[in-house]
Each structure stands twice: as structure tokens, then as C-alpha cells.
Design a protein around this ligand. Structure first.
Ligand SMILES: C[S@@+](CC[C@H](N)C(=O)[O-])C[C@H]1O[C@@H](n2cnc3c(N)ncnc32)[C@H](O)[C@@H]1O
Length: 279
């Protein structure tokens, strides 16, 4: 396990993923019934942007750094307020901290992180929070072992792997299908990199061919995905998105793509598969 999120925290990929995550959670919370969030690859939860790792890559400057310099556009107000509240601009909050902040008394967070040091950091960050549980375990195994959640029928599974294994798209596909099978009433959000188009197309085709219904993809490109050695963009694939996701995601991604990068960024939101008949 070489991947450390501290090098990448607050980059464009985090901004798009977290702004969409905040919207998804708020949408699920339109109903009073409890939700559970399973964060399969959680990271440490909070990142010091002055750390040696963050300074070495400087990736956050092209992401949250640029967003913080502008007045937040309406689509980003909620997310940006949370970033500031949770430490910005000196620190950047990761997915489990954003989720923890939004939990209502009836909601739960289950966060999995395999890296020992990162798991300990997350455990100490979440402290005595009784609504959150931190596990040091494989995130994909957790989907199999921890879903469906006890007594809670609604929720979100966030799958955000580091993509350091050559077959990560295959594992991601399998993870999505397991989550769908075990927690069919839940929403799934899976993050993926876009270096070049072919592996992304194969990933989408595999899910569509497997019959996974009600899938929407939200993608942000910093530049055309022509050089496969670079992270040219990324996507969040959402299964069973709450009502209004496509329009909201379009507005969120447009607000990000018009601010970050060097004027070449673009975004798109597409329905990959239709809703279940009768849904
Ligand atoms: C992209 S980062 C997660 C960032 C986090 N979701 C966020 O948005 O703030 C991926 C994390 O997965 C952890 N990891 C790697 N392999 C894992 C596995 N098999 N199961 C759980 N966590 C894993 C890494 O240590 C890393 O912290």
C-alpha cells in the first residue's frame, strides 16, 4: 500500500467528489428516516495543507485553493461552507469528516481504512463519536460483510479506492454489484480516474452489460484525456441517485470547471442506464 491521500487532498478530484457527496447526503436527509453511510476507503479524514506531502505536490492549489479564492457559486455554497467550517483554508476535510459533520442523531457512519497509520488518525479524529465506527479492514470485504446495515434501510455506500492495483476497475465493478445486491435500497457512489477513455468505457460497459439499472455518471476533465500517464479527469458513478441529482450535479460540476484548471476544464453528467421499470 503506497498510496497516501495526504499528497492529493483538496485536489480537483476531491473537490468534485466531496461537493457531490454533500449534495447526495442532503438529498437522502430530505426524509426523516435514518441513513447509514459506508465509506469503504475513508483515509484520515483531515489533511494539513501545509504538510510536507501536500506542499510537495501542491495539488490542492489547483483544486480547493482556487475555489477558496473565489466567492462560492450558489451550487457550491453548502460544500464550501463545510470546508471552511472544518478547517479550510489551512486544513482540508476528507469524506468521513464531511459525513460525520452532516450526521443527524438517527444516522450512522461506518468508515473503513486499511492503512494502519491512517486508520489510527481517523479513529482519533472521530474520537468518541457514537454514531461513527472506524474499521481497519478491506473496503471491498466490508461491502460484503457489513451490508445490509442492521435495521436501517436507506443510505449511501461511497467507494473511493486508490487505484494503485492494475485491476482496480474490475474490483470496483464487483464492489458496486455486491453493494447493489446486498443493499438494493441504498445509493452507491463510486469514484474513478480518467486517464484515457478506453478503461472508463470498459468499466461503464461492464456495469451496463451486467444489468445494473439507474446509473448516472458525473465527470470532470481538466484537459482532454489523451495522455494516459496523467490524471486528466475523474468521475463519480452514482447508482440509484436521489431525485434531482442530474441537474444538481451539472450545476456543481459547471461551477467547479469554470473556476479550476487553466481554462480547459469541462464537465458532463450522463445517464448510463435507465431506472428500473416501475421504479
Ligand atoms: C482515495 S483515498 C480515500 C479518500 C477519502 N475517501 C476522501 O474522500 O477523503 C483511498 C484510501 O484507501 C485506503 N486503502 C487502500 N486500500 C484499501 C482497502 N483495500 N480497503 C480500505 N482502504 C484502503 C488508502 O490508505 C487511502 O487512505
Amino acid at each position: 500500500m503506497n498510496y497516501r491521500h495526504a499528497f492529493h487532498a483538496g485536489n480537483f478530484a476531491d473537490c468534485m467528489k466531496h461537493a457531490l457527496l454533500v449534495w447526495l447526503l442532503r438529498a437522502l436527509q430530505r426524509k426523516e428516516t435514518p441513513i447509514v453511510v459506508l465509506d469503504t476507503h475513508a483515509g484520515t479524514g483531515l489533511y494539513d495543507l501545509s504538510s510536507e506531502q501536500a506542499q510537495r505536490t501542491g495539488e490542492w492549489r489547483e483544486g480547493i485553493g482556487q475555489l477558496l479564492e473565489q466567492p462560492a457559486s450558489p451550487a457550491l455554497i453548502d460544500y464550501m461552507a463545510l470546508v471552511r467550517q472544518l478547517g479550510g483554508p489551512a486544513f482540508y476535510p476528507g469524506s468521513p469528516l464531511l459525513v460525520r459533520e452532516l450526521l443527524r442523531p438517527q444516522d450512522r457512519l461506518i468508515a473503513c481504512e486499511l492503512h494502519e497509520e491512517d486508520q489510527l488518525a481517523l479513529r482519533s479524529l472521530l474520537g468518541r463519536e457514537t454514531r461513527a465506527a472506524v474499521h481497519r479492514r478491506d473496503g471491498y470485504q466490508a461491502i460484503q460483510a457489513l451490508l445490509p446495515p442492521d435495521g436501517i434501510r436507506r443510505g449511501l455506500t461511497l467507494i473511493d479506492p486508490p487505484f494503485e492495483e492494475p485491476d482496480e476497475f474490475g474490483r470496483l465493478t464487483a464492489g458496486i454489484m455486491t453493494a447493489r445486491r446486498r443493499f438494493g435500497t441504498g445509493v452507491i457512489a463510486a469514484w474513478y480516474p480518467i486517464k484515457h477513455r478506453a478503461p472508463v468505457r470498459a468499466f461503464h460497459d461492464q456495469l451496463a452489460d451486467a444489468g445494473v439499472t439507474d446509473v448516472v455518471t458525473a465527470e470532470l476533465l481538466l484537459r482532454p484525456p489523451l495522455d494516459p500517464t496523467r490524471l486528466n479527469g475523474c468521475g463519480l458513478l452514482v447508482v440509484s441517485p436521489p431525485f434531482g441529482f442530474e441537474a444538481a450535479a451539472g450545476a456543481i460540476l459547471s461551477a467547479i470547471d469554470s473556476t479550476i484548471g487553466v481554462g480547459q476544464a469541462t464537465s458532463s453528467v450522463r445517464r448510463l442506464t435507465a431506472e428500473r421499470a416501475g421504479a
